[in-house]
Ligand binder design. Structure first.
Ligand code: PHE
Length: 392
């Protein structure tokens, strides 16, 4: 028998509660039978339509008909329990039949990932139907950038380095000033910095920006740890570069820093040569070219023999593109820590007369591109499962 709203004679709290729970359980029962959009429409009209619906009858028979002294209790019940109950059930059931329709469409199209997603949404919107087959939960794959990052980090861990991290939103002080970029120095312009808005009222060194490199964590770490230190610093960095096949406004770096007494450029060369061989194979050759960074002196760029063409500059009869036919690929910037940088952390044991050190910073995304032969950096950040699955 379909539910009809009864007249009330007894307005005690217990009686009201009993009638409300009968109504709500009838609502639930009828809702379960709603499977299509047209079922739903009939269901909606019957329970919440403007005329002669359960909703209007409850208003008439339970509220308006209530004697004065019971109006308050009846009103509370109708407005806080029954009407929200009807609205909520209608909404849930509508979501549910939408999900059913999405599942039906996904099944017709035969796309596994979409079938699973629709099944999951449906499961959330319905009580469990134990006769359905289980849901396959695909196992994720490590992202190629994370994989490359972990490989690089573990090469250095095996050399006794530890891992440090720092904030992505950085102050001008750590990103520039303490790295020997004086205020207004033209070298700052080479970093295409993205600044946080509304910082003009602060003193320059406190202004916030998105760090353009992981080097600020050199300073942060030296402020906290006394020498000797050997650390690698993986992390996200940002630059105002328009996205294209080889640029992304967000990318990843791994910084390295070793400080001790008597660290020499020979240590820098030996460490990086070892790391490159561990990463790219023992056949790889390294080559240092002079460069400039405000926070290292002398500075260099490290090149390795192209691991695509093996250093020949050719792939079969064709020119090798990744190394632009030179046979060499630039992988990082490095150098001996500039004494001016130590001055900023002198009080924590970094007297430039006592200690020396080297630092380096490499682009993880670039290395991942080269390693996996991917020709567009954007693919790493679009979250397309078909691309990412290939690295699983
Ligand atoms: N921070 C530099 C960059 O992003 C790289 C670097 C790090 C150079 C450490 C020297 C020493 O270009």
């Amino acid at each position: 028998m379909a539910y009809t709203v009864p007249k009330l004679t007894d307005y005690s709290a217990a009686a009201l509660e009993k009638k409300a729970s009968q109504l709500l359980s009838a609502l639930k029962d009828e809702s379960t039978a709603v499977k299509t959009e047209s079922d739903y429409e009939a269901f909606r009209v019957r329970w919440a339509g403007r005329k002669d619906s359960v909703r209007t009858q409850v208003n008439e028979l339970w509220l308006k008909a209530a004697p004065k002294e019971a109006k308050r209790a009846a009103g509370q019940l109708v407005n806080e329990v029954i009407l929200p109950g009807i609205d909520g059930e209608l909404r849930d059931r509508h979501d549910h039949i939408n999900n059913l329709a999405v599942l039906k469409k996904a099944r017709a199209e035969g796309i596994d990932a979409e079938i699973d997603a629709a099944r999951r949404a449906l499961e959330l919107s319905d009580s469990v139907d134990i006769t359905l087959p289980g849901i396959r939960r695909p196992i994720g794959a490590e992202h190629p950038i994370i994989k490359t990052r972990n490989e690089i980090v573990s090469v250095f861990e095996r050399l006794g380095y530890s891992v440090a991290e720092g904030p992505v939103v950085e102050t001008d002080y750590y990103n520039f000033e303490a790295l020997n970029f004086p205020p207004n120095h033209p070298a700052r312009d080479t970093q295409d910095t993205l600044f946080i808005a509304g910082q003009q009222s602060k003193p320059q060194r406190e202004r916030l920006l998105l760090r353009t490199h992981t080097s600020p964590v050199q300073i942060r770490t030296m402020e906290k740890m006394r020498p000797p230190i050997r650390i690698v610093i993986p992390g996200k960095v940002h630059r105002n570069d328009p996205p294209d096949a080889s640029h992304s406004p967000m990318f990843h770096q791994i910084e390295g820093l070793a400080v001790d007494t008597n660290i020499t450029f020979g240590d820098l060369k030996g460490t990086l040569d070892h790391a490159m061989k561990a990463l790219f194979g023992s056949n790889v050759k390294t080559h240092f070219r002079p460069s400039f960074f405000p926070f290292t002196e002398p500075s260099a760029e490290l090149y390795v023999t192209c691991f695509i063409c093996g250093g020949s500059g050719k792939r079969g009869p064709d020119p090798c593109r990744p190394c632009k036919q030179t046979g060499w690929i630039e992988v990082l910037g490095c150098g001996m820590v500039d004494p001016n940088v130590f001055e900023f952390v002198k009080d924590n044991g970094y007297d430039p007369k006592q200690v020396s050190g080297f630092a380096f910073g490499m682009g993880v995304d670039r290395l991942a591109l080269l390693k996996y032969g991917v020709d567009d950096i954007q693919l790493f950040f679009q979250g397309d499962v078909r691309f990412l699955q290939q690295f699983g």
